[in-house]
Design a protein. Structure first.
Length: 198
């Protein structure tokens, strides 16, 4: 993990083992996506699955690339640290919930007030580029390879957009899949429409 939004990684290592990180693995060997062999890219790691051991190979170590998800507010990192400290202190005193003191809030991302309002003519087009807060927020394990703004796609093209929760969870998708009922003023699913989600 490095300071937010730096994207200048060296080979500093962590001497501790974690669930998805083997101790002393340099940054050059983490967050490596599986790629098929290609004469053009000369990338060779091909994911294989051993049915006997029930393990995938090669192992891809996963690390968080932005300490607080690329926090854009100057007081954001201090606020996040304060929330973690307060919640950890409280949780340690709760016998049935003390285990959650081992978890940290990394960051939060949101939009400006009233952005998601039908009175805003452009609200269906609000996306990750209109974010506030942890503008590069990513789940280390579920979004391992989408933690930077310059994400290289499978075809080799570089997408310079920010990547965060609103890359997928945005009003455009809500607009496509739901309509506002004039009678109840509540969202209603459009007929015959299913919302896929991983």
């Amino acid at each position: 993990m490095v300071a937010d939004r730096q994207f200048k990684f060296d080979n500093t290592v962590d001497s501790n083992d974690y669930t998805f990180y083997k101790a002393n693995t340099p940054f050059s060997q983490v967050n490596l996506p599986n790629t098929a062999p290609s004469p053009a890219t000369k990338q060779t790691p091909v994911l294989s699955f051993n049915e006997k051991t029930q393990k995938f190979s090669p192992v891809s170590n996963a690390v968080q690339e932005n300490k607080t998800g690329g926090e854009s507010n100057s007081d954001g990192p201090a606020n996040i640290a304060s929330v973690n400290q307060s919640s950890h202190t409280w949780l340690r005193g709760q016998p049935k919930q003390a285990i959650f003191a081992n978890y940290n809030l990394i960051g939060t991302v949101w939009k400006q007030a009233n952005s998601y309002s039908p009175s805003n003519a452009n609200w269906p087009n609000i996306d990750q580029n209109n974010s506030i807060g942890s503008v590069l927020l990513a789940n280390t394990t579920a979004e391992t390879y989408r933690q930077t703004p310059n994400h290289q796609t499978a075809g080799g093209a570089v997408n310079n957009n920010l990547h965060n929760c609103f890359s997928c969870h945005n009003p455009q998708l809500l607009f496509l899949y739901r309509t506002i009922s004039a009678k109840t003023h509540r969202c209603q699913p459009r007929v015959g429409c299913k919302i896929p989600h991983l």
